[in-house]
Design a protein around this ligand. Structure first.
Ligand code: 6PG
Length: 435
């Protein structure tokens, strides 16, 4: 076996496979390994003519890579990452680089970083966002780890990442667990965005709008300052019909949300650092309450709410909900960034908040037009105390606050749960309270 492949990847689930195809399509030769050899063989067989080499043993896999070896793990976060590292350790040489591209807890990444560096190896905990499609076409990548790894990894990462205005959506985030930490905050913010969209939907639905009408609203919002991937796919999801019954799919899906853990980790970290992230908190808790379907069903016939329907002019309601959604979203990002700033300072990570918002503009799940304004805010004032105080965002909040209040008041009056919008408003009013 000749040791000349540019890149190696372990773990051929869909994300891993798509990342491999992305790396290969950018001109790199790639070795692949999967715990079950059949998966490796089938994957390589499905892609003839590509510069892919399947290895059936880890020893062969390692032997096929040029030095310093770059080995990316795309295995389930937690114990599987440690297990693969243990198997790799005796096979690797000094200065080789192990990259963990999963959603690992940043403290695990710190532990692995210390462990591997004591062995003379280099470890990169890299957040990778964008799901299966992003992995194939260009994700947003948040790599941490020793600065020396960035020079080696940069050509690969920059080649495979999404691009916005010609800029690749990847920067070196910082040492140790900084990359996975920033990915965790990204996910906390993602929870906030999704919950706010759910609340906007609940309000429009309560006003009697059909799923197609709501889809039109989300499409129109996607043409304006709320432009983002999540708003765009909400419109798309609302238009989906069940092929059998012809009913809107959203009306048929069980209203229970699960969670893999990154949102909860964000809450725990905020509590440890005494940083308020009430919007993200409300979003995580809303998922918990949503999952309690049978308890909600039982309570729905016993606990009363107000009578009557939401009686507001629809066009006006759409404009008000837009403002409430936009303002609440700004608060959610302000809180997530505040937590990131606090931890970055505490850990001495030297986080570039403007740069991080910049690489979130493309590839990742929270990609959105308004992230460009966040980058500008930190470029204009690196010591910005809170996103709300950047002139652009102050202007938006001041312009939205009346509508935002009206929406929260309407929702409270009608018994429609808007925990994230009201938590955001509570944060805004508390923060601006001089006494
Ligand atoms: C991404 C996503 C992805 C996933 C999270 C959250 O950036 O590509 O964040 O990682 O959506 O794991 O999953 P849950 O919502 O199931 O917790």
């Amino acid at each position: 076996m000749t040791a000349n492949n540019d890149f190696g990847l372990i773990g051929l689930a869909v994300m891993g496979q798509n990342l491999v195809l992305n790396v290969e399509s950018r001109g790199f030769s790639v070795s692949v390994y999967n715990r079950s050899s059949e998966v490796t063989e089938a994957f390589v067989a499905r892609h003839p003519g590509k510069r892919l080499q399947g290895a059936l043993t880890l020893a062969d896999f390692v032997a096929s890579l040029a030095r310093p070896r770059k080995v990316m793990l795309m295995v389930k976060a937690g114990a599987p990452v440690d297990a693969v590292i243990e198997q790799l350790l005796p096979l690797l040489d000094k200065d080789d680089i192990v990259i963990d591209g999963g959603n690992s807890l940043y403290t695990d990444t710190e532990r692995r970083d210390a462990y591997l560096s004591a062995e003379g190896l280099r470890f990169v905990g890299a957040g990778v966002s964008g799901g299966e499609e992003g992995a194939r076409k260009g994700p947003s990548i948040m790599p941490g780890g020793p600065a020396s790894t960035w020079e080696v990894m940069k050509p690969v990462f920059e080649a495979i990442a999404a691009r916005v205005d010609g800029q690749p959506c990847v920067i070196h985030i910082g040492p140790g667990g900084a990359g996975h930490y920033v990915k965790m905050i990204h996910n906390g913010i993602e929870y906030g965005d999704m919950q706010l969209i759910c609340e906007a939907y609940a309000l429009l639905r309560a006003a009697g709008m059909s799923t197609d009408e709501m889809a039109d609203v989300f499409d129109s919002w996607n043409d304006g300052d709320l432009q983002s991937y999540l708003i765009q796919i909400t419109a798309k999801a609302l238009r989906q019909r069940d092929p059998v019954s012809g009913q809107p799919v959203v009306d048929l899906i069980l209203d229970k949300a699960g969670q893999k853990g990154t949102g909860q980790w964000t809450l725990i970290n905020a509590a440890e650092n005494a940083v308020v992230i009430s919007t993200i908190n409300a979003a995580v808790e809303a998922r918990v309450l949503s999952s309690m379907k049978s308890a909600r069903l039982a309570a729905s016939s016993r606990l009363q709410g107000p009578a009557g329907a939401l009686d507001v002019d629809r066009k006006r309601l759409v404009a008000l909900v837009h403002d409430a959604l936009y303002a609440s979203k700004i608060i959610s990002y302000a809180q997530g960034l505040d937590l990131m700033r606090t931890m970055g300072e505490k850990k001495g990570w030297g986080l570039d908040l403007g740069g991080i918002a910049g690489i979130w503009r493309g590839g990742c799940i929270i990609r959105a037009r308004f992230l460009g304004h966040i980058t500008e805010a930190w470029r204009a004032d690196a010591g910005l105390a809170n996103l709300m105080l950047a002139p652009f965002f102050t202007r938006v909040l001041n312009g939205s606050q009346a509508g935002w209040r009206e929406v929260v008041a309407l929702a409270v009056g009608q018994g429609i749960a808007v925990p994230a919008m009201s938590a955001s408003l509570g944060y805004y009013d508390s923060y601006r309270c001089a006494r």
